[in-house]
Write a protein that binds this ligand. Sequence first.
Ligand code: MN
Ligand code: MN
Length: 467
Amino acid sequence: MAKEKSASSILKEKLMMKNENIFKNTTLKQQKDALDFCEGYKKFLAVAKTEREACETVEKLAIDAGFVNVEKKKTLKPGDRIYLNNRGKAIILAVIGSDSPAEGFRISAAHIDSPRLDLKPNPLYEDSEMAYFKTHYYGGIKKYQWTSIPLALHGVVIRGDGSKVNICIGEDEGDPVFVINDLLPHLAKEQSKRTLSEGIQGEELNILVGSRPFNNDPDSDLIKLNILNILYEKYGITENDFITAELEAVPAFAPKDIGFDRSMIGAYGHDDRVCAYPAVAATLNCAKVPKKTVITILADKEEIGSEGNTGLHSVFFKHFVERLVKGTNVSVLDALSKSMCLSADVSGAYDPNFPEPFERRNTCFVNHGAVIMKYTGARGKGDTSDASAELMGEIRQILDSNKVKWQVGELGKVDFGGGGTVAKELAALGIDVVDLGVPVLSMHSPFEVVGKMDVYMTYLALKAFFK
Ligand code: MN
Ligand code: MN
């Protein structure tokens, strides 16, 4: 016979906040749906390691789902599915709703750039009969994590005649990979005295790319020449073409399940494709004619402060909204000031290996659900858009009424550091915005970890938001 609940346990249930592993309070069917959803996400991640690849992959998915390039549209009507591709690095999807733009839009915004190592404009050199690429790191990385792991090279080169060649080496089974060497521990006595942040320095992030001379001529730089010859034969490029290239070194490994129970995914670039993918899926699966126009923005350059004309600090999103309100008597700013946005970005998950920088009561946990961050920023809420209680209330209603499992979180203890998202760029346009996304372990490392239930709940959250 079931034991009767005590008065205190009844009252606790009624009054106290609950934050628990959602494998405990979801049905087996929901768990299976979550695992299935994550299979699709892993496939996406494997082919979308750079902002260009993510943009291209999403464009294809959108076209397959009936989305049309906005350039081809003269007028828009409810139910129209459109997209804007910003220079192959950022993309916006929209499904036109039945409401007037005067009622505002439902927007989600994620970013598709991730920390990585870019090649410098003059990268190739030879030293002691080894050939290397000089790199310039992009975004916030712990440099020591990028040594002694297999690296792949992705990107584009514009040749002298203006033609473009796509490069992707290190992903296929038979491909070679590249590596940044570290010093053997036997001789690392002096290196070990460096602080962790200086353990490997920026100018030591040189990628090993070859060691075989062109031939046995009594000449110099034959290893380098041989590399150039291979590149010329395969891609028709010369050393000068590196100046007009964007080549990115990223970890060469594929996404993998983590744990005996396969409850997590390890991969490069979860931040922020783990929110971009659910946002795209929610947009593709939204109502044929939603009430409010649904918009998903996948931005570039978030990791370096949203700068540049593919980052959200630029006007490209505003320009897109101009097209949405064209032919109506609603202004861009009128529409945006009535709009609501979920800034879909990751947060740092509590890590029991490193408890110190986290404040347990206000931190997110892996597989406890999508995390809402009222604000990000650092110290005294510097550099953040602090969502209002009213907006938090509206989002809470949407999530709870759709049975989405969620938690709240801050990024670490108040005085320990912090970070930002695109939320403040959107808030600057007058939009009501709050951060919602997936908790991540080892964020910005070459192999980040997320919980599968959190990925799925982020999808359900965005789907509910677009309803
Ligand atoms: Mn991010
Ligand atoms: Mn980041």
